[in-house]
Design a protein around this ligand. Structure first.
Ligand SMILES: *Cc1c(COP(=O)(O)O)cnc(C)c1O
Length: 406
């Protein structure tokens, strides 16, 4: 492999985000390819037995087995670390593999975890149901309430977990406050930054120890592949994450890592266009009379607008509306859409709308769902890259069909 400036720490450290997204982490093979090479290989051959022994002993650079490292996955990891401003990254097969591995790697029986309760359904399962099975006690709090975070901390609190903005309620957690509080108690902070993306929000700037992504969402951004990523300091990786990751194997496939590398090249452009579209749509929907609520962090009427704008450079790509007529009217709205797809993914080039109560959060008990603010009338819209006026027209006609007044 040839070195490329994408692997030069000094050069890349002065690069701006857009350059990092396109070139960060790149290695070039002897073939001189411009696009990153895809190494679809599980293993590696050695020139001699001595080399194999030296590589296993860690005395020689190089690859040994793709569960431990793969060149294409490594390019994606190095690029992700550069974008986030993290020392290191490891890629996983899915976002849930990243969340689960990060938590299991740093926790043990007897530990206590504090987590915001407004979470993606599977994240909620991991903290609320899975961790207690292994002897980890969990306290769920209203992530918007700093007093609740304070009250939940215990001497044995080893980690806090949060999403901000949360899926799908868009609840915002005060990153600076929670990071300072956790560190005062010797706890690690794990932030799921999927909704904000690395383009809009940098949790490590506030002290987050681990940031996790579902790369399935905006990073691929074109609905093709599943993937995830865990970012941390080198010390945390070496001491706590790597022993778990290397031996349990939640790795990303080299093919998917390659797709993610290509996705990153256009991430900044896509996020800004999606934010432009989302802001226009949120304003239009908020001007209509018929909704109970339109939630978009970029709007002044969003309950946590100021905090959201302190932590995120823009309002994001996702908004929520609540129709007054519950599930029936929400379904009528969805079924009337002609361009926007009924789909539970987010961050896609295609605009997607879902009814969280019956899909992404159907596995959460009804009472817990309502406590989070996920009502039967709530619809989540992930805004894509279509022309904004086509999206406006689609939402307007669907609203009219569902009996929502303009
Ligand atoms: C989708 C999502 C995940 C899980 O990612 P997968 O790639 O689907 O496993 C985790 N957290 C949030 C906030 C998500 O939206």
């Amino acid at each position: 492999m040839k070195r490329h400036t994408g692997q030069d720490k000094e050069a890349t450290s002065s690069w701006r985000l857009e350059t990092r997204l396109v070139r960060g982490g790149t290695w070039r093979s002897e073939m001189g390819e411009t696009s990153e090479a895809m190494f679809m290989t599980s293993g590696y051959a050695y020139d001699c037995a001595e080399d194999a022994a030296a590589r296993f002993a860690g005395e020689q650079d190089g690859y040994t087995y793709s569960r431990l490292r793969n060149p294409t996955a490594a390019m994606f990891e190095d690029r992700m670390a550069l974008i986030e401003g993290a020392e290191v990254a490891r890629a996983t097969a899915t976002g849930m593999a990243a969340v689960t591995a990060a938590l299991l790697a740093i926790l043990k029986a007897g530990d206590h975890v504090v987590s915001s309760r407004a979470l993606f359904g599977s994240c909620r399962y991991v903290v609320e149901t899975l961790l207690p099975r292994f002897g980890v006690e969990v306290t769920l709090v209203d992530g918007r309430d700093v007093e609740a975070w304070k009250a939940a901390m215990r001497p044995e609190t080893a980690a806090v977990f949060l999403e901000t903005p949360a899926n799908p309620t868009l609840d915002v957690v005060d990153l600076q406050f929670v990071c300072d509080l956790a560190h005062d108690h010797g706890a690690l902070v794990v932030v799921d930054n999927v909704f904000a993306t690395p383009v809009l929000q940098k949790p490590m700037a506030y002290g987050a120890d681990i940031v996790v992504y579902s790369a399935t969402k905006h990073i691929d951004g074109q609905g093709r592949c599943l993937g995830g990523c865990i970012l941390s300091s080198e010390q945390l990786l070496e001491e706590q994450l790597l022993p778990f990751l290397r031996n349990t194997g939640p790795n990303i496939s080299p093919f998917n890592a390659w797709v993610m590398l290509k996705g990153l090249e256009t991430l900044e452009l896509r996020i800004h266009r999606m934010c432009d579209n989302a802001a226009r749509l949120a304003d239009m929907l908020a001007d209509m009379k018929g909704f109970v609520r339109v939630s978009y962090p970029g709007r002044k009427d969003f309950a946590q607008h100021e905090l959201a704008m302190k932590q995120m450079s823009r309002g994001g790509t996702i908004l929520c509306v609540e129709v007054p007529g519950g599930r029936e009217q929400a379904f009528k709205f969805l079924n009337s859409l002609k361009i926007i797809d009924i789909s539970n993914n987010i961050g896609d080039a295609k605009s997607l709308m879902t009814h969280p109560a019956s899909t992404t959060h159907a596995s959460v008990a009804e009472e817990a769902r309502l406590q989070m603010g996920i009502t039967e009338g709530m619809l989540r819209l992930s805004v894509g890259l279509e022309h904004v006026e086509d999206l406006m027209e689609d939402l307007l006609q669907a609203a009219a069909q569902a009996g929502i007044a303009e």
